[in-house]
Design a protein around this ligand. Structure first.
Ligand SMILES: [Zn+2]
Length: 366
């Protein structure tokens, strides 16, 4: 953090070919003051040197990912030091915090949604909701008409017995988002422990991405096709199968190698892009309903954010233009993280729109 940095040559540290490490002058001086015997002083100095920030050129092979991030790497940290490094400045600090903050945002949204959305919509609640969302719903939609429609299985011949528009698909998405963000923050914080941990956490990170993509399908697919149980089950079955295959593939050690990188990218890309199919299908089914287009616009916004994030991630902009300048803040990975959180938040807003739409309209009376 604060302090003048100076380069110190260290030969053959831990057999990982580390040649040069960056030592902070202030920390070194502080150490001298606290040590008593020369032996203790040497031991502490060695321990301190061992866990200083490292330059790209000194990294073991498995950590060499982005050669435009030139310094401030952590290597072979013990657990406690890695944990505490969440509060110090290195090139993973903002990667951790962008997704840790994202996780807490989604945790807050989950609690808010669980406590503020009524589980079963009663006519009085419906009336309140209806008056609150007239701008976001079709203007021709009138409450009496809305009340005259029922979710399948809730029509007793004369009226809807209840309107339990289930919330679970919405919580599947929220759970997936929280898992993805927390897995990512953990991966960035503890990837410096050892090679074994690095690969294990990386696989968890991929599994988190797969989970988020698959879970994101649940609210739009369920609420778009809930009035047609066959289509609903078919789409959810396909995306669940694809999600599970991708999660299992992400967790297999064989897929972590560099040669499978294009395969992994293709897997994520295919799963994400396949979302276009239910979106188009929804528009075909509900071409006369403005809410179908409103949710579509939100899905397109989310797609643009994820797409832009993936593009920035792949091209390593802006650090490729000025290597070393964005080591701590402003590099492509952090921009990618922020766009993921923004995309997921847009999806949350879209999900709310779906819920309100279905709570008000239900399904046509059979
Ligand atoms: Zn990341």
């Amino acid at each position: 953090m604060g302090g003048v940095e100076e380069e110190v040559g260290v030969e053959g540290v831990q057999g990982v070919g580390v040649r040069r490490r960056t030592i902070r002058a202030e920390e070194g001086k502080g150490l001298e003051r606290s040590s008593s015997s020369p032996r203790e002083k040497a031991r502490e100095l060695w321990s301190n040197v061992k866990h200083q920030l490292v330059e790209f050129s000194a990294l073991p092979e498995y950590l060499r990912d982005n050669n435009y991030i030139l310094g401030h790497y952590r290597v072979n940290y013990p657990f406690k030091r890695a944990l505490l490094s969440v509060f110090s400045m290195h090139n993973e600090t903002f990667n951790v915090w962008t997704h840790l903050v994202g996780f807490f945002i989604f945790l807050g949204l989950t609690i808010y949604t669980a406590t503020h959305l009524p589980a079963i919509v009663e006519p009085t609640t419906l009336q309140r909701w209806h008056s609150g969302i007239t701008e976001s719903l079709p203007s021709y939609l009138q409450l009496p008409e809305a009340l005259s429609s029922c979710v399948p299985g809730t029509y007793d011949g004369t009226q809807c017995v209840e309107r339990p528009i289930t919330r679970w698909p919405f919580f599947v998405f929220l759970g997936g988002a929280m898992f993805c963000l927390l897995a990512s923050a953990t991966c960035h914080l503890f990837g410096c422990l050892s090679q074994r941990f690095f690969y294990a956490l990386m696989r968890m990170d991929y599994a988190g991405i797969s989970t988020l993509i698959a879970a994101s399908f649940y609210p739009p697919v369920y609420y778009s096709f809930m009035c047609n149980p066959f289509l609903c089950k078919m789409y959810l079955g396909i995306i669940t199968t694809m999600g599970l295959v991708t999660i299992v593939a992400s967790l297999l050690p064989v897929f972590q190698s560099a040669e499978y990188r294009p395969f992994r990218a293709a897997l994520f890309f295919t799963m994400g892009v396949s979302g276009i199919i239910p979106c188009v299908h929804k528009i075909l089914l509900y071409q006369d309903e403005p809410v179908a287009y409103q949710t579509l616009y939100m899905e397109i916004s989310m797609g643009i954010m994820y797409g832009l994030g993936a593009l920035i991630y792949a091209t390593r902009i802006p650090e490729r233009w000025k290597p070393g300048t964005f080591d701590i803040i402003g590099n492509s990975h952090q921009l990618f993280h922020i766009l993921v959180v923004a995309g997921a938040y847009t999806h949350y807003q879209g999900g709310l729109l779906y819920l309100k739409w279905r709570d008000v309209t239900g399904c046509p009376v059979p």
